[in-house]
Design a protein around this ligand. Structure first.
Ligand SMILES: C/C(NCc1cnc(C)nc1N)=C(/S)[C@H](O)COP(=O)(O)OP(=O)(O)O
Ligand SMILES: [Mg+2]
Length: 484
């Protein structure tokens, strides 16, 4: 059941996670047995029924002979839809013999776009964009799930258009690319990206997801005839709608036929803001959020992957400039606090050659802290920047109250608990810029385990972007019920 929390997040974030669950011995239902690890009723189907709500495929294997077909179906469905799948196997069947599966191509063979729909969609796009004076591109979070990052870059370079990304797709387009103009996030955009997006008369939205959070409480929700929507396997614009057109096929096919038009880049060159380098704080001055963000930014390399947890860490991370090659992980759709610690643990196991860094608030950290123990056990050199502002600051900015207060912990000392004398985790507390810089230097030298740096911040020390975003999202939440 707790796994469904992560599976729900995988569904919301378009990740093909396969969940495998044991299920009761096939004889128990017919014998009207009551079993442990169940709800204590004779209904043993409730789990797969729940799974069906948060997966694209859920199978229960009741006979060994069905296993190859059902398992292939579940895995292929997950890979094609980039959504989680669920496989349930009874305890007395898990080791039962069955036929081996056939060639893996039955599971891995890619889907193809419908050729006629693809050609028609490209023609409509060429005509739509060809009539625009100042067209540009907007990359969304589904670009990765659609495996379309490369095709998107190809289209950007074929068109000369300005390219903005949304917060959920930061790093899916190289930020040092000359056509990159920043994160489009309404009032809290970076590099004045919102000014150009609002000025453009033709916006090709590739894999975009417009929610209350990504539109800043519906204040930055581009709509209407200037919008051309290219989704994972669907293309639409006013007066046209095409199914079974895969995003990568569409973007690379369009790149071959589209006219070059750099009007948006010419305009952007007239107001591109100079990079605002946060000045270094006085080394002994009380640590502030801006100084933490400045020092974390300076650690980023092409090999870094920065995880930003739900909280002010979102805003600290989105405002950072990434070197090409650096990756950015955020869970803005599901937005479960506590996501980042287990996720960066799993990521570091899967990508041991990357430098994994996580910025996580104290409230979120308290939800899934136990995964730090796994980082110590597996000697993973993850850098944990713990932003201790003593409570739920993002919520304070949306709606404050006593419910946003939490018990403070000695976070830096916690690592020793996980080491238990044999681990190589390190924990430091930084009360000022000098202590933070020292701790970051020690973290770089600690290659045998995680390093947690507890950054002590004032409760109200949050980004100006969070204040503005919190205001608009709070207003959106508070809209009066429509008069009936
Ligand atoms: C409680 C909640 N959101 C509501 C919430 C509650 N429960 C779950 C599982 N997920 C959620 N997003 C949020 S964003 C907190 O401000 C996070 O606090 P923290 O990690 O300390 O970060 P900041 O102080 O920077 O906000
Ligand atoms: Mg906090």
């Amino acid at each position: 059941m707790t796994a469904f929390d992560g599976i729900g997040g995988a569904y919301a974030e378009n990740l093909p996670v396969i969940m495998i669950s044991g299920s009761p011995n096939t004889n128990d239902a017919g014998a009207f047995h009551l079993l442990h690890h169940t709800l204590g009723t004779h209904d043993f189907k409730y789990q797969i029924e729940m799974a069906r709500k948060v997966t694209c495929a859920a199978v229960a294997i009741d006979r060994a002979s069905d296993a190859p077909r059902l398992i292939d179906h579940a895995i292929r469905s997950a890979l094609l839809a980039s959504k989680p799948a669920y496989i349930e196997i009874p305890t007395n069947l898990a080791a039962a013999p069955c036929a081996p599966p056939g060639p893996i191509s039955a599971v891995l063979a890619p889907e193809r776009s419908d050729p006629d729909s693809l050609a028609a969609a490209i023609d409509v796009a060429v005509s739509f964009l060809g009539k625009k004076l100042k067209p540009m591109l907007l990359a969304g979070s589904k670009l990765r799930a659609a495996k379309a990052e490369k095709a998107f870059l190809e289209l950007a370079e074929a068109t000369g258009y300005a390219v903005a990304v949304m917060p959920g797709s930061k790093s899916f387009f190289p930020e040092q690319h000359p056509q990159y103009i920043g994160v489009y996030w309404g009032d809290v955009s970076t590099k004045a990206a919102n000014n150009l997006v609002d000025w453009s008369d033709g916006l090709l939205c590739a894999g975009t997801v417009f929610t209350d959070y990504s539109t800043v409480g519906w204040t930055a929700d581009p709509k209407g005839a200037r919008i051309f929507t290219a989704d994972m396997d669907h293309i639409s614009v006013t007066g046209h709608d095409f199914s079974r057109v895969l995003l990568a096929d569409f973007l690379s096919g369009l790149a071959q036929k589209i006219k070059y038009n750099d009007a948006t880049m010419v305009e952007y060159s007239r107001f591109r803001p100079n990079p605002t380098l946060q000045p270094a704080a006085e080394p002994e001055a009380a640590l502030r959020r801006g100084e933490v963000a400045r020092q974390v930014q300076s650690t980023l390399t092409p090999n870094s992957t920065l995880f930003v947890e739900t909280g002010d860490s979102w805003f600290n991370g989105v405002q950072m400039d990434l070197p090409d090659g650096a990756r950015f992980e955020i869970e803005m759709q599901w937005g479960h606090i506590g996501w980042s610690v287990p996720s960066c643990f799993g990521y570091a196991v899967g990508a041991p050659n990357r430098k994994t860094i996580v910025m996580v608030g104290d409230g979120s950290f308290q939800v899934t802290v136990q995964e730090v123990s796994q980082m110590v056990r597996l000697h993973l050199p993850i850098l944990i920047i713990l932003m201790n502002n003593h409570g739920y600051t993002i919520e304070v900015e949306i709606h404050d109250g006593a419910y946003n207060n939490i018990k403070n912990w000695d976070y830096a000392a916690l690592i020793e608990t996980f080491n238990a004398g044999e681990g190589h985790g390190k924990g430091y507390r930084a009360n000022n810029g000098r202590e933070l810089a020292d701790a970051i230097a020690k973290a770089a030298a600690n290659t045998r385990g995680p390093t947690l740096i507890e950054c002590t911040l004032d409760r109200d020390d949050c980004s100006k972007e969070l204040m503005s975003w919190g205001h608009w999202v709070g207003a959106a939440n508070a809209r009066p019920a429509a008069a009936i």
